[in-house]
Design a protein around this ligand. Structure first.
Ligand code: ADP
Ligand code: MG
Length: 564
């Protein structure tokens, strides 16, 4: 029995499709890139599972992607012999949106088409982009490892629902058949399709094959022959010499590995030789993905071994605070049969991670130095994540610290564009400390009474107000030989920034007001540790100060809010 059923799309899928068809129409040819990208991913998955289960290949290890068209039927097909999908996988993958970040994506939609079309690119267009040019899509698939009776035929007109039917499928893998919309006949041309493939999918490492065409004199047109021909270069882009790769090719490759729609902000491509041999092609996206804060899901680094795909999201290859990096690392040394477990204890992997982190830091340093606008974009999108590195990566702490950008009393705006080096270069004669204040908002930081004496003396203070900041400064206690100190903690000793007469004055005041401060302490009792006069304030009558060894007031508020 075929067990045909009709299922409704998840409401979000419909919303996504509608948006996509409208906002991407002017760039409609990208549907082919997306479908080829999926076919390539499916083959990668087969290779990965095939490492431990050879039988999945069913004696056909010649992986490729086939593009064909039928003028009379007005269809276009994209076929692969990759991993395929089972019935439940089809429902999960092409009936719902299971991606992380989905909720955030739909929440951020504005209803304004221009704005939303940007967001959709960032979210990833994927399979549903087929409906930009097709009014019906048929997907026939069989998962590797299942018998031929377990084929599945999925079909949809892109509106509301889809049908599922069990079918026989001889070969494993997936065929996606597009029934073109009225007016899309230009896609039924070998020349046109080859052009799109070379433009967007040249970097795909598998061969993308089409039937060769020949000029038919009698018909005065190209006719399709029986002979296969590979349309793309079908070699690993990262293994080619840099000077043979164009900017566009780097960008299209990025879009494939990162599942992104926009070009990257920067990339670094290099071959490491010597004891360890590997190639790395690493990218920084121009925008934070929706799942940046999702501990579970990420598309990070793809690991290859001698050009053979091994796995996605090889988390051992990039530390957590660099989870925004996308790309490929290809090792010449590792054995092909590595597993995630082996990776965890591999010295080769450790060495590649250390080398790759250094590459990313160099790339960021180059942006900070030579492409300030791009660096500002980077900081806006990923600054919060990079700050985690201060505590996470001890060996690169100083380099990371130099890449940090802050707001400060120098400009008094919330623009985060002050580096610690800028700060140090503006330090006053005799100043040996970098001062900062932490608060739960920029306004609170900027208006902190603790800043009064600093403002009066013209000493710059870094204004911190993000949640990660408290944690960051607990790990960043000095920079460039200067200690970093909260203006709201402990005794405020301004050292040489304060002259003798000011110090004498302070002592005199402490004596003079002793009776009063004792009295206040008596009234407040256990609520405070100590009450004393201060040089901190110029216009406010009083402020709260945390002990030098205690949690800061801000951190205490944060912990309380978190219920700890
Ligand atoms: P993404 O590729 O970013 O995951 P897509 O919308 O392009 O998103 O695809 C959704 C999912 O559908 C894929 O993650 C994959 O699981 C499945 N899929 C799509 N095309 C294929 C294919 N040709 N073979 C196997 N699975 C596929
Ligand atoms: Mg995809």
């Amino acid at each position: 029995e075929t067990h045909k059923e009709t299922l409704g799309f998840q409401a979000e899928v419909q919303q996504l499709m509608k948006l996509m068809i409208h906002s991407l129409y002017s760039n409609k040819e990208i549907f082919l890139r997306e479908l080829i990208s999926n076919a390539s991913d499916a083959s990668d998955k087969l290779r990965f599972e095939g490492l431990t289960d050879e039988a999945l290949y069913e004696n056909d290890s010649d992986l490729k992607i086939r593009i064909s068209f039928d003028k009379a039927a007005r269809t276009l097909s994209i076929s692969d012999n990759g991993i395929g999908m089972s019935r439940s996988e089809v429902i999960e993958n092409v009936g719902t949106i299971a991606k992380s970040g989905t909720k955030e994506f739909f929440q951020s939609l504005t209803g304004d088409q221009a704005k939303d079309s940007h967001l959709i690119g960032q979210f990833g267009v994927g399979f549903y982009s087929a409906f930009i040019v097709a009014d019906k899509v048929t997907l026939i698939t069989r998962r590797a490892g299942l018998t031929k009776e377990h084929g599945v035929c999925w079909e949809s007109g892109g509106e509301g629902d889809y049908t599922l039917e069990t079918v026989e499928k001889e070969t494993r893998g997936t065929d996606v058949i597009l029934h073109l919309r009225e007016g899309e006949d230009e896609l039924l041309s070998g020349m046109r399709l080859r052009g799109i493939i070379r433009k967007y999918s040249d970097h795909i490492t598998l061969p993308i094959v089409m039937k060769k065409e020949e000029w038919d004199k009698d018909k005065s047109e190209n006719v399709v022959t029986d002979e296969d021909e590979t349309v793309n270069q079908a070699n690993a882009l990262w293994a080619r010499p840099k000077n043979e790769i164009t900017q566009e090719q780097y960008e299209e490759f990025y879009k494939h590995v990162a599942h992104d729609f926009e070009p990257p902000l920067a990339y670094t491509h290099s071959k490491v030789e010597g004891k360890q041999e590997y190639t790395q092609l690493l990218y920084v996206p121009s925008r934070a993905p929706f799942d940046l804060w999702d501990r579970e899901n990420r598309h990070g680094i793809k690991l290859y071994i001698r050009r053979v795909f091994i796995m996605d999201d090889a988390e051992q290859l990039m530390p957590y605070y660099m989870r925004f990096v996308r790309g490929v690392i290809d090792s010449n040394d590792l054995p092909l049969n590595v597993s995630r477990e082996i990776l965890q204890h591999s010295k080769d992997i450790d060495a590649m991670r250390i080398g790759s982190v250094k590459k990313v830091l160099s790339m960021l340093e180059d942006l900070a130095e030579n492409h300030k606008e791009k660096y500002a974009t980077f900081w806006k999108e990923f600054g919060l994540v990079l700050k985690e590195g201060v505590g996470e990566d001890f060996s690169n702490k100083e380099r990371i610290a130099k890449l940090l950008r802050f707001a400060s009393t120098h400009t008094d705006t919330d623009a985060q564009d002050v580096s610690l080096e800028d700060y140090v270069s503006r330090m006053k004669e005799g100043q040996d400390t970098i001062y900062f204040v932490t608060a739960d908002s920029f306004a609170a930081a900027k208006n902190s009474p603790h800043l009064e004496i600093f403002r009066k003396k013209g000493i710059e203070v870094i204004l911190l107000h993000e949640r990660v900041d408290e944690w960051m400064v607990s790990h960043l206690t000095e920079f460039d030989g200067k200690s970093m100190k909260s203006v709201a903690k402990g005794d405020l000793d301004l050292g040489k920034l304060q002259d003798e007469s000011e110090k004498a004055e302070l002592e005199k005041e402490a004596d003079e007001f002793k009776e009063l401060t004792d009295k206040i302490k008596e009234v407040l009792g256990d609520k405070v540790k100590e009450v004393r006069t201060t040089n901190r304030l110029t216009s406010s009558p009083a402020c709260l100060v945390a002990g030098a060894q205690d949690l800061s007031g801000n951190l205490e508020r944060m912990l309380k809010a978190a219920g700890q």
